[in-house]
Ligand binder design. Structure first.
Ligand code: GLC
Length: 559
């Protein structure tokens, strides 16, 4: 058979930048980030050097859950702009040589969605109720929820409806907040509408999708209680076998369009085997590497996670994208400054930082990005991490929007601590985020040193480190082997090679000498006599490798 070379798909080594739209940049002066703001900042993203954008939901929504409560998946919320502006954005992103993926939310819609309103208004027995999960309550007066399933935001996953005539009605299922009724995927309308949405955005140029809460849309149809000793791998409302049909259909549909599209799932499941089932040749291309995101800053833990995450062989596409933070998690710069630097996915939050100057967190965040970008496979950045933004942990309670902030056992800021609008310029809030004076969430006045404008001018800034790393990566890493080989430099050092390239991270208290006969390309902290300090990383090549001009730790070229 003749040898046929097929180039790896564009996303295999791509770096994605997550746009949390309402906090990115405001273009119309209402204090909320929007499409006009994003379009105006495309040159910034191009200069940063990312390959693609992931835009979080921009669809019409009452914004009870930041846009993850959708009324119309095929229309842009007026808060963000218009469908025409979205089309222009897609074209401009492509003109800039970047790609864009959009969020799809199959599990639920908004309580304000026309279908839910119809189901409520048409009353008991109406077929319009079959698009959701309405069930009578337990007990003689139906006053107890139909089963014991919990909402991901705390409390029961059921809310009792009040009928139009004021009488108490059945309960409806919502695995997230009561603003987000779960859709019944057994109903043909749900499948047809989802396919319609996918086609709609593919025809407008979307390069793929991020699938929200991917394991949840299919439920055990008898809606049983959780078995008393159920293992967390077997829950009746998550990861049911039939859920994979949804992703097979999604893949078949996207593959039927010309070009190469990328599908990534939010698949936060306990075991690698469960997660891998979403990444088969006829399903999604990738999941997020949540174990990597949630890991503490410890060499042995990260090493184990990386080892376990690498596809077993090059023909297995099972790939999880490297990621350190997103719009649901505590920013890693803050986590890394704590005694317990892990992130707890079950929603529990640990105490505030020990290190209020963020010195440790800052050094580790710099080291972490070089580690992340040196690993083979796609990576996701969360907006603002390139500016070294910390979590905002003292938002006044009255300013908080996130519904998670209203749950017991969560800090008052909920997830808004990582969603504070970006500081672009100027010395006082709103730091160029908006023209009208007030951003939708207050920014700390201490962020004046973190604006993009300041950092652009500072060769030692986080922004310049990100730019240097992304530039070096896109120039030199595509030709590196996609497998890595661990190099033993002691228990406090993570070191691996990809061909002639070496990445070293020093977790220990003492500086370590760099291996001899290597050339230094980038370091996250300045070296002292070729020694790598604590909480720092370095990108090296072995001598003899056709080396590019060196970039020093501050991103400037050195001879
Ligand atoms: C995902 C989103 C999160 C949202 C939830 C419900 O986890 O990332 O922000 O609250 O789904 O849609």
């Amino acid at each position: 058979m003749p040898f046929r070379y097929s180039a790896p798909p564009w996303w295999r080594q791509a770096v994605f930048y997550q746009i949390y739209l309402r906090s990115f940049a405001d273009g119309n002066g209402d204090g909320v980030g929007d499409l006009a703001g994003l379009r105006a900042r495309l040159p910034y993203l191009k200069a940063l050097g990312v390959d693609a954008l992931w835009v979080t939901p921009w669809y019409t929504s009452p914004m009870a859950d930041g846009g993850y409560d959708i009324c119309d998946h095929r229309a842009i919320d007026p808060l963000f702009g218009t469908t025409e502006e979205a089309e222009s954005l897609l074209a401009e992103v492509h003109d800039a040589g970047l790609r864009v993926i959009l969020d799809l939310v199959p599990n639920h819609c908004s309580k304000q969605h026309p279908w839910f309103r119809q189901a409520v208004s048409e009353g008991p027995g109406s077929p319009s109720r079959d698009r959701f999960w309405f069930r009578p309550g337990k007990g003689p007066d139906g006053s107890r929820p139909p089963n014991d399933w919990p909402s991901q935001f705390g409390g029961p996953a059921w809310t009792r409806l009040t009928e139009a005539d004021g009488t108490p009605g059945p309960w409806y299922l919502h695995l997230f907040s009561h603003h987000q009724p779960d859709l019944n995927w057994n109903h043909p309308d749900i499948r047809a509408d989802f396919a319609h949405t996918v086609r709609f955005w593919l025809e407008r140029g979307a390069d793929g999708f991020r699938v929200d809460a991917a394991p949840f849309p299919v439920k055990n149809p008898s809606l049983p209680d959780i078995a008393p000793h159920a293992s967390p791998t077997q829950l009746p409302y998550r990861d049911q076998h039939q859920v994979h049909e949804i992703y097979r259909a999604l893949r078949a549909l996207t593959d039927s369009y010309p070009g190469s599209h990328f599908l990534i799932g939010e698949v936060n499941l306990p075991t690698p085997a469960q997660r891998a089932r979403y990444v088969r040749t006829d399903e999604l291309h990738c999941t997020f590497n949540f174990p990597y995101l949630a890991s503490s800053w410890e060499a042995h833990k990260l090493r184990q996670i990386i080892t376990d995450s690498l596809p077993a062989d090059k023909d297995t596409p099972a790939q999880a994208a490297w990621v350190l933070s997103n719009h649901d998690t505590v920013r890693h710069l803050t986590r890394y400054g704590r005694d317990d630097s892990s992130f707890h996915m079950d929603g529990t939050f640990v105490d505030g930082p020990l290190d209020t100057n963020y010195r440790t967190g800052f050094a580790r965040a710099r080291a972490a990005i070089l580690l992340t970008l040196a690993l083979p496979g796609p990576a996701f950045l969360f907006q603002g991490e390139e500016l070294g933004l910390p979590e905002v942990e003292d938002l006044p309670r009255a300013a908080v929007h996130d519904l998670a902030g209203k749950q017991p056992n969560t800090p008052a800021q909920g997830r808004d601590g990582c969603r504070v609008p970006l500081p672009w310029s100027e010395d006082t809030p709103p730091f160029g985020f908006t023209t009208n004076g007030t951003a939708w969430l207050p920014q700390p006045s201490s962020w004046h040193g973190l604006t993009a404008q300041r950092q652009e001018a500072d060769p030692a800034s986080m922004l310049r480190l990100y730019r240097s790393a992304l530039a070096w990566r896109s120039c030199h890493m595509p030709s590196l082997p996609t497998t890595l080989r661990w190099v033993d430099l002691g228990t406090n050092v993570l070191a691996f090679a990809r061909g002639a390239f070496l990445c070293l991270v020093n977790f220990g208290a003492h500086p370590i000498p760099l291996p001899r006969e290597t050339q230094v390309h980038l370091t996250s902290s300045p070296l002292k006599e070729r020694r790598l300090p604590q909480d720092a990383s370095a990108w090296l090549t072995r001598s003899g490798y056709p080396a590019p001009p060196s970039l020093s730790h501050d991103g400037t070229k050195s001879s």
